[in-house]
Design a protein around this ligand. Sequence first.
Ligand code: MLT
Length: 346
Amino acid sequence: MFACSDIIFYDTLANLSISLPVDNNPKVCYSLIVKTKDLLGLKELTADEIGEILDLSAEMKQLLLSGHKKSTRMAGKNVAHAFYEPSTRTAVSFDEAAKILGAVSCGMSVANSAAAKKGENLMDTAKVLSAMKFDVIVIRHQSAGAPHFIAKHVTASVVNAGDGRNEHPTQALLDMLTMKERFGKLKGLKVAIVGDVKNSRVARSNIYGLSKMGAEIRIACPDTLLFSGSDDMSKNYSVKFFTNPEDAVRDADVVMALRLQLERMSGGLVPSIAEYHTLYGVDDRLLSFAKKDCLVMHPGPVNRGVELATSVMDSERSLIDDQVTSGVAVRMAVLTLLTGCKEVRP
Ligand code: MLT
């Protein structure tokens, strides 16, 4: 994707130096392309920018898989994590990524924060974090646009870790990294996304990202779980919408199931959980319409037996664990790129 993927990549990970194919200038840095202060969504990124993040993420994943988990790459930097909604994978992996890279990583306990208990508004909380001289603020918030609003007012880099129903860029990046590693490409892949699309920021970010990278996306959901604006979406991105999941998964390389986001539903959008599973649950019968070696993904947390049949979730087809590992790598890459800690250090 870019010249820097061919550099000699040295790191101070416990005396590790990984040699990748050399280009003419081993001092060339990453981030030839990603120049933004913040990562707020994939809608705003170009295919080249997404490609650069995926290239660096793949290298970070190699480090992780080789067992090297100590770097000074982000030494002297600090990262604040402000999660206004529950999270396991995203919160822990951002924290893990920052710590592996040698940054100071500070979680803010939102439940006990001045915001929750003493009436402080989001902007004022963000200003406090900015005055504490954090280099990066990772934020998850129930309101779409909250990270964008903060990013305009603070000098720190802001990373959107999920804003309402809008976007979850690092989730889509880790999904793309996982697919790219399995198939060697994203271009031309047929990806079916099945489930609660209306409430899913994961679906939106994947539509933007995968479409920009040349994949073909098919969405299957009941009419009640489709977002408004799907017609415009089909005009601008490579995505088609179906109500029958068999049509969406036909010949698919990947089937991605989405969680039923009951916490964002005011009620009555699915007749019953059991009926939802019968019609839209990803099971062996539904997968028989996809390609024979089709792989299965889910952003987690999974409602076992609802979005995914247990037999599918525990099968060889499932990439769920690999998605989680990719998540740490992607977050390492994003933090590295945004804080400019990417010089090649011999
Ligand atoms: C999210 O935060 O959107 C998750 O990664 C997916 C989910 O909660 O279903």
